[in-house]
Design a protein around this ligand. Structure first.
Ligand SMILES: [Zn+2]
Length: 68
């Protein structure tokens, strides 16, 4: 079976940014599950996730390597 993630292999930078996004999103989810975060902490984590998304989008726009 073809995994959807194989698309990203054609662009290593895209794959790297995407895994960075996934990692920061998972980190936020894990922390939210582990304990009650303060509003400040939660916002800082959400900002980090948003930043990785922005970087990925920027790369796609500059590089034109969006998945079909
Ligand atoms: Zn790319």
């Amino acid at each position: 079976m073809c995994s959807p993630s194989t698309y990203a292999i054609s662009c290593p930078e895209h794959a790297r940014l995407e895994s960075e996004f996934r990692e920061s999103r998972d980190r936020m989810r894990n922390l939210l599950r582990l304990r009650q975060l303060t509003g400040f902490e939660e916002r800082a984590l959400a900002d980090q996730v948003a930043m990785t998304i922005a970087r990925l989008k920027e790369h796609i726009a500059a590089h034109g390597c969006e998945r079909p």
